[in-house]
Design a binder for this molecule. Structure first.
Ligand code: ATP
Ligand code: PMV
Length: 202
């Protein structure tokens, strides 16, 4: 298999997507806490994008990586900046984000486009599962979201709204079944995958 530089073949690749402030980082961080960072690596496709963008524009990378209002000021321009690179090479950020990942369970926290899903499914057809995180607009607003034209109606937010068969859908709302309850089957799958990896890698 043509693996990214320095990576181990993953046993399970959970590819998460969801609208802004649906709670993708919150949910994926919780999964990593449950599984431990030895077993579960979080991959952010926007990580290498923000790193390069911050460097070229003299911006604060930590704030671009965080969940506050700072990154929202630059979001539209970052989307445009990233899209010019994706146009030449749709797998560009997927390849960079997967470099050097050695844990058996990969959690991709921020897929946004069909090309992102296609990249993981083509590299890891047996391991890849797609997870959607959803929340109502009301809840997202309470978390700081407000509709922004050119962002919330563009591919970055709507590219996976249709045409995708998700393996799992997590409803991240106050009145939904508890997050831990919903995550249970995914965690079980990840635990099984990591235990088979400790056998095959030992
Ligand atoms: N179930 C929850 N309980 C409490 N707070 C939550 C929950 N889910 C998300 N949040 C909070 O809502 C905010 C947005 O969540 P998060 O950053 O995970 O969303 P996101 O989908 O990754 O957003 P973005 O697309 O902007 O990166 C954060 O402050 C997070 O802590
Ligand atoms: C520029 C972009 O990567 C920002 C993603 O930021 P976040 O995952 O919402 O923190 C979105 C995109 O690539 O379309």
């Amino acid at each position: 298999m043509d693996l990214p530089e320095g990576s181990e073949v993953p046993e399970l690749v959970l590819v998460f997507s969801g609208k802004r402030k649906s709670g993708k980082d919150f949910v994926t961080d919780r999964i990593q806490r449950r599984l431990g960072s030895e077993v579960c690596g979080i991959l952010r496709l926007s990580g290498p994008l923000k790193q390069q963008y911050a460097q070229e524009h003299g911006l604060d990378l930590d704030q671009l990586l965080g969940s506050g209002p700072y990154k929202e000021r630059y979001r539209a321009d970052m989307i445009h900046w990233g899209e010019t690179r994706r146009l030449q090479d749709p797998g560009f950020f997927c390849r960079l984000a997967t470099r050097g990942i050695r844990q058996p369970v990969w959690v991709v926290s921020d897929a946004r486009r069909l090309s992102d899903l296609q990249w993981f499914r083509s590299k890891f057809p047996l391991q890849t599962q797609c997870v959607r995180v959803q929340s109502s607009e009301e809840t997202r607003m309470q978390r700081g979201w407000s509709f922004t034209a050119g962002v919330d109606d563009a591919e970055s937010e709507c590219g996976l709204d249709s045409g995708v068969q998700f393996d799992w859908i997590i409803t991240n709302e106050g009145d939904a079944p508890s997050l831990d309850e919903q995550l249970q089957p995914i965690l079980k799958l990840a635990e099984e995958a990591s235990s088979s990896s400790s056998i095959s890698r030992s």
